[in-house]
Structure formats: C-alpha cells, structure tokens
Design a binder for this molecule. Structure first.
Ligand code: ATP
Ligand code: MG
Length: 401
C-alpha cells in the first residue's frame, strides 16, 4: 500500500518554554534540507505537528532520513482521505491495518474528531470502523486495554488521517535552534559522539581538526572528513576547518620539556579553536573528553588546558564510560570509521611519562620559550575550510585566505 502522508510529532513539553514559532520554522527548514533528494515532498504545518505530503516520493527512503532529524519525537505513515464518506474511511482503515506486519491479533480504534461538522461522534465512529474491520478480517479481536495495534482515525477539517504505526525519532531540538559551537574533531571514537550529542540539543557545529602533515597522512585527514560527512547527515551539512599543526608540534618538541608536551599542545589547540570560534560566531567549544580516560583528561589536566582560553567548553561525554560512548557511536554510524587505523597528531609525539597533574603556571612558564602569538596566527591563517554538503559525496574545498 502506498502511504501519501507522514505525520510528524515534536516535543510539546520542550516547546512551552521556548519560542514555538522559531522552533517550528527551524524544524521545517531542517526537514526540507534532509529531504532535498525528494523534491516533491511538501511540508505542512498544522497546529502542534507537521504533515508531509509525499506526492509519490517513496515512504521508506523518506522515513530513513526523518530518523536522523533532531527535534522529531516520532512519526507515522498516514493515509490521507479528502472525502468524509463513511465507507471510504472504513475501507482505508482496513487497508492500513492489513499493512501491519506481523499480522496483529488484537487492535483498537481511536477516533479523534476535531472537525465537529463530521456527522458521527467519536464513540459512534469507533464502533463503525471497528465493526467493519471485524466483519472483514479473521483471527483478530478488539482489545481496548493492550492492543497490538492502535488504529488512529483523525477527522480534521482538511480531511481524514489514518495511521497505526509510530516510529521513534531522535528527539532533541532542531539543529540551529540553540546557536553554534566549534567541535574539536579528531579521528577517534569520542569526538564524533560528542559532536552528535551537542547537535542533539539544537546546536549547529563546525568541525576543527588539527593535522600534522607529513607526520600524519592524507588518509588520516580523509578519515576525519568521512566522520564529518556522517555527522552532516544529522546537521544538514557542516563546515570543517583543517588546521596545519606541524610547525607548532615541532616547536613544542624542540623547546618544551617532554612531560608537558601534551598539555602545551592541547592549550594551543584550544587557543586556535577559540580564535576560529570568534571568527565564525560560535559561543562554545565541544570536545570528546571524558574524565579519567587518559593522562590528559584528569581534572588537573582539563583545568590547565582550559585556562588557556575564556570560551566555555562543552564536554558531553564527561561522565560517560567508554562502553556507553561506543554504543552511541555504533548507533549513529561513526564507529566503523572511527576504529580504522590512523595516526593522530597526538599519538605521534607521545612522551614516555606525561604529567597527570599539570599546573597552568608551569605550562605558561614553558610556553615562554615559544612565540605563542605568531604560531597561533600562522596556524589560523593556514586553515583550510571544507564545506561538507549534506548527503553529497562531493566535497567542496575552499581555502580560507
Ligand atoms: P577522541 O576519541 O575524540 O580522539 P580521545 O579519547 O582520543 O578522544 P584525546 O586524544 O585526549 O582523547 O583527545 C581529547 C579531545 O581533544 C578529543 O575528543 C577531541 O575533541 C580533541 N582532539 C584530540 N585530537 C584532536 C585533533 N587532532 N584535532 C581536533 N581535536 C582533537
Ligand atoms: Mg584521540
């Protein structure tokens, strides 16, 4: 059976506190963007929910895309009838029920009737539809308390909507409804998950990746581009800034004590990301740090790294275990790419015994051996910005300066 409509529900509780109009408008824009490969789909706002008219576009493909749009709580494939004729409604309800797999043994009809001109009251209509189904099927019973299928018949002014399946969406808030953050994106498992979780709360992200060519290969860079492309399926496209980091790492190695190398390197990453945030209008930085995971993620270490900047740092994974992080990364589709072997710029110069309790004063003292401002400026000037288009294999390169 061909569904003509999809009914989309979004969190009304979350909406009460927010600006409903902006939220809805952003959600509609994001849905349209995610469905750009299906130009015939029309989005219609009806109070408190959205209807998509498929206009011949394939339901399954559209549904797959909707599952990745933040802000959608659930959706239902829906039959839409322009007529209010009783028999047509009964027949359509039967067809919708027959479409359910596996074949249900129990069902219940719920009629909603916002259209008060419709001649039958909800209760009457429940009965008329339910008994019609019972007459025309075998081995199925009504169960009003725990039905396997609830057939919802909604009689509105525009017509009649019939649905019986609810697919869970990702929840969260529409991307773009909560401002922008820079995501420090490595090739690991954690930072893509951190980016996804930040986006889930409506934040638009731009990726920042530090690349140390030729110590790290083109392949390592490509891997990060691939991760950004997976994330872009949830965000409708994103920018990725690739920062040349070789000179900074070389300088640190030459002029700073080994046990402070990682700390100082991270402070540089933070400072450069902060500059990029200011330049691109982002008010926060998101990272994949999780407390206690590695030497650079102790409380002291985060304090010292963080003290190099003033921009708030969002750490969505801070309290999560590796197992939990991995589970999300599998669910969102980044895991397979993240576990590919690669050299990270941080794993290249691994000191034998990194300090686990670094101090800001110490880091500052060691950094005096470097021309910090010049190094930052050069790195920022050498940034290569890539726009990763949603759902597009082609990646447009653009040099920033
Ligand atoms: P991930 O799995 O995200 O690489 P990790 O467990 O390997 O994290 P670290 O290597 O300590 O942890 O990195 C901590 C965070 O610093 C990362 O989650 C990421 O946000 C950021 N980061 C690390 N390396 C880079 C890089 N080369 N470019 C951009 N950000 C990075
Ligand atoms: Mg890493």
């Amino acid at each position: 059976m061909q569904y003509e409509h999809i009914l989309i529900r979004y969190g009304e509780l979350a909406l009460k506190k927010r600006n409903r109009g902006d939220f809805e408008a952003q959600l509609v824009r994001n849905i349209k963007k995610s469905l750009q490969a299906h130009p015939n789909v029309q989005v219609e706002r009806v109070y408190g929910r959205l209807y998509l008219a498929l206009n011949g576009e394939p339901y399954e493909q559209v549904a797959e895309k909707l599952k990745k749009v933040f802000g959608i709580y659930s959706f239902s494939p829906t039959r839409f009838l322009k007529t209010f004729e009783l028999e047509t409604i009964q027949q359509a309800a039967l067809e919708v029920l027959r479409d359910v797999e596996p074949v249900p043994r129990t069902f219940k009809v719920t009629v909603k009737r916002p259209n008060k001109q419709f001649p039958y009251r909800s209760q009457e209509m429940n009965h008329l539809v339910g008994s019609y189904i019972l007459r025309n099927t075998e081995n199925i019973k009504v169960d009003v308390h725990h039905p396997e299928v609830e057939l919802v018949v909604e009689i509105r002014i525009e017509g009649v909507f019939i649905s019986c399946r609810t697919i869970r969406g990702m929840g969260g808030l529409p991307t773009g409804s909560s401002g922008k953050a820079m995501l420090m994106l490595s090739g690991g498992i954690d930072s893509p998950v951190a980016g996804w979780m930040t986006m889930k709360r409506g934040v638009r992200i731009e990726g920042v990746h530090f690349h140390s060519y030729p110590f790290t290969s083109e392949r390592a860079k490509q891997k990060v581009i691939d991760l950004a492309r997976i994330l872009s399926q949830y965000s409708g496209g994103m920018k990725l800034h690739i920062v040349p980091f070789t000179e900074i790492q070389t300088q640190i190695r030459q002029h700073c004590p080994e046990h402070y190398m990682i700390t100082i390197m991270r402070r540089f990453m933070m400072r450069i990301t902060e500059r990029l945030a200011q330049k691109h209008g982002a008010l926060a930085i998101a990272t994949g740090e999780s407390l206690g995971q590695v030497a650079s993620q102790t409380m002291e270490s985060m304090y010292t790294i963080n003290s190099a900047i003033h921009t708030p740092v969002i750490r969505p994974l801070i309290a999560m275990d590796k197992e939990e992080i991995m589970a999300i990364s599998r669910r969102i589709g980044t895991y397979e790419t993240s576990i590919l072997p690669y050299e990270d710029c941080c794993t290249i110069f691994v000191p034998k015994s990194p300090v686990t309790k670094p101090k800001p004063e110490q880091a500052e003292k060691f950094e005096r051996a470097l021309d910090v401002e010049r190094l930052i400026e050069e790195a920022v000037n050498g940034v290569e910005t890539i726009w990763i288009e949603f759902g597009d294999e082609k990646v447009e390169h653009q040099n920033f300066f």
